[in-house]
Design a protein around this ligand. Structure first.
Ligand code: HEM
Length: 459
């Protein structure tokens, strides 16, 4: 697991930022991170520094720069960061606050060379033919869920999307089909994920306050209680899978990982498998559900785009553009974090080692020079131009780009196509959904409230 580099040498000249005390900046952030980001961008430009009170949790040994995050909204600077030597610009250390949940062997908290070795093993099951094969599970889960929605009364779509993405991840990762076992595993995961994204629980455990700090014993204890039941389920599945003789015929991710080997021929240990599975379950479910909730919110407020998607469900081209435009306008993960292991010059600022950088999808996606009329929901822009590696950042970038990006986009496409061709949905309220920060994501404040007027072609 990576160590957080300490800031060294002469402190650099940080880009400008609000002069508010760190605790007030932290409070302002919690009250509305997206509007806070927009204001800072307008006022201070493409590079600005926030001090989000993370220092409070770092302890006396921490250098002040570790509590400061330099936000980056210029694609040229983003490119520099994403293409830098991973030994200089590191990621594992910045994800360390997730370690009590995902475990110390998770790809998220590793840096090179361990990170690269794990990525090689995880990549094949999430790409190509294997990935396309999961499309049928995604459509099936969406159609089954749609049959459970009430007709003629308001309900929030977000939890319904969570139900779909949870079933998909359990079936594709674990390959569980037996209904009672599927139900058992799904329930254990749902309880863990509900707590994890519940702001009150997070606040109580001080998780937010410990961002960037070595996880405290108290946090470890809370995380242990939270993940314990799911860990049991995972280890049980690993045991079952190791005992199976038909692994070659199975298409689930766990069966592939159990057979995978590092370059030296060694297999993944139970501990490594446990941490990677936990990572895939946590990373692969909530974010996709939130992105889908945003996609419906935007589509229902733009009936002409919805109609076009419905007319073109036979092809994936327009659906893919809807997915890309949703993730542009409402990036679920508004920024990613990197940590400098050595000093770096960026935009005329000498940043010392230990500085945390935040390439910011939310701000880059709103630049009029990259996206004319950036606030308009216009999927057609992605029919005309491909998504740029440094201007379209919902999945981060460089050697750390989301491993499940293809999986998530396929899932969003299949769920949107299944639902819009079978359901007539309208927004429950006239006022569009506001953006609310939930854990490390931006979600629709009311959970995309809708009314299902009628189902078409299903009972
Ligand atoms: C809309 C849905 C999703 C969004 C918005 C999203 C976003 C992200 C982001 C921003 C990162 C960090 C990238 C960086 O630091 O540059 C990430 C990493 C990751 N994501 Fe996703 N993700 C989504 C779905 C998924 C799914 C479905 C899976 C797995 C099935 C997944 C697995 C991972 C993994 C394993 C990493 C760590 C990659 C590494 O460190 O090398 N994600 N994701």
């Amino acid at each position: 697991m990576s160590e957080v580099p300490q800031a060294t040498g002469v402190p650099g000249r940080f880009p400008p930022g609000p002069r508010l005390p760190a605790t007030l900046q932290g409070a302002r952030w919690l009250l509305g991170s997206s509007s806070f980001l927009e204001r800072c961008h307008q006022r201070y430009g493409d590079l600005f520094t926030l001090d989000l009170a993370a220092k409070a949790a770092l302890g006396p040994a921490a250098d002040r720069s570790q509590g400061r995050w330099v936000f980056v909204a210029d694609p040229a600077h983003v490119k520099r960061i994403f293409t830098a030597d991973p030994a200089v610009v590191r990621t594992g250390a910045t994800n360390r606050f997730l370690e009590p949940l995902v475990g110390p062997r998770s790809i998220l908290v590793q840096d090179e060379p361990e990170h690269r070795d794990q990525r090689k093993l995880l990549l094949p099951p999430l790409h190509g033919e294997r990935l396309r094969g999961y499309g049928a599970v995604m459509s099936e889960a969406a159609e089954a869920e749609l049959c459970r929605w009430p007709v003629g009364e308001p309900f929030a779509l977000w939890p319904r999307m969570q139900a779909i993405t949870l079933e998909v991840i359990v079936r594709t990762v674990f390959g569980i089909t037996e209904p009672s076992r599927l139900e058992h595993v799904t329930r254990a995961l749902r309880t863990m994920l509900d707590r994890m994204t519940n702001p009150r629980w997070l606040f109580a455990q001080g998780l937010l306050a410990t961002i960037a700090s070595p996880p405290s014993d108290r946090l470890r204890g809370a995380a242990r209680r939270l993940v314990g039941p799911v860990e049991e389920v995972i280890l049980d599945e690993i045991r079952r899978r190791r005992a199976m003789r038909d692994l070659n015929d199975r298409t689930d991710l766990l069966s592939m990982l159990v057979q995978a080997e590092y370059q030296d021929g060694s297999p993944m240990s139970d501990r490594e498998l446990r941490d990677e599975l936990m990572t895939l379950l946590i990373a692969g479910h909530e974010s996709t559900a939130t992105a889908l909730a945003w996609a419906f919110e935007l589509l229902l407020r733009h009936p002409e785009k919805l109609a076009r998607l419905r007319d073109e469900t036979g092809s994936d081209e327009y659906a893919d553009a809807v997915v890309k435009e949703t993730l542009r306008l409402r990036p679920v993960v508004p920024f990613v974090l990197r940590c400098l292991n050595e000093p770096m010059e960026l935009g005329g600022h000498s940043l010392p080692a230990g500085t945390w950088l935040a390439p910011c999808a939310y701000l880059v996606h709103r630049r009029p020079d990259c996206y004319p009329e950036p606030l308009a929901f216009r999927p057609e822009r992605f029919l005309d131009q491909p998504a740029g590696a440094y201007t379209w950042l919902p999945f981060g970038g460089g050697g750390r780009r989301c491993l499940g990006a293809g999986f998530a986009q396929l899932e969003m496409t299949r769920v949107l196509q299944s639902v819009v061709s079978r359901a007539e949905l309208v927004p429950a309220k006239v006022k569009p959904e506001e953006i609310r920060a939930r854990f490390i994501t931006l979600a629709p404040a009311r959970g995309t409230e809708v009314v299902l007027r009628r189902r078409m072609g299903v009972r």
